[in-house]
Design a protein. Sequence first.
Length: 161
Amino acid sequence: MTIKIGDKLPAATFKVKTADGVKDITTDEVFKGKKVVLFAVPGAFTPTCSLNHLPGYVDNYQAIIDKGVDTIAVVAVNDVFVMSAWAESSRAADKILFLADGSADFTKALGMELDLSGGGLGVRSQRYSAIVEDGVVKTLNVEEQASQALTSAASKILEQL
C-alpha cells in the first residue's frame, strides 16, 4: 500500500554519518514535533539526482526554511557511506539531512519502492517530495518518471508551503 496524504509515516531507522561516526536515527527523531520537507531519490550520484533534484533544494534552502520548515531531508536506498560522500561532494551536508535507507526498509514501508534491477540498480526509491508535519504527510508529489525531477522539485515544494 502506497502512503498518501494524511497518513502517518511508518516507524523506521535510518543511518547517518556524523563527526562521531555512523549513527542510527529514527523517524521520530527526524519528524516528531517538526515540519520537514522530505524528498527521495532513486540513487545518490545519479545524473538527475545530482544535477537537478538535490541542487534545487540546496539553492532554495533558505527560502524553504523561511517558510517555517525545521529540516530538509533526502532519503535514498544507498548505504550511509555513499550518502555521506554525496553530502560532502555536493557541499550540502550543512543544509540537507542525508538519510541512508540501505535495505529499503523505510521505502518499502511507504510502498514507494522502484525495481530498477533491469538496469543493474536493484530496488530503489521512487522520486518524490513531501511536506511532513509531526510525522503526518501533508503533501506528496510523486514523479511519474524517475528520470525527471519536476513534480518533486524544490520549486514545487515552495509553492505548497
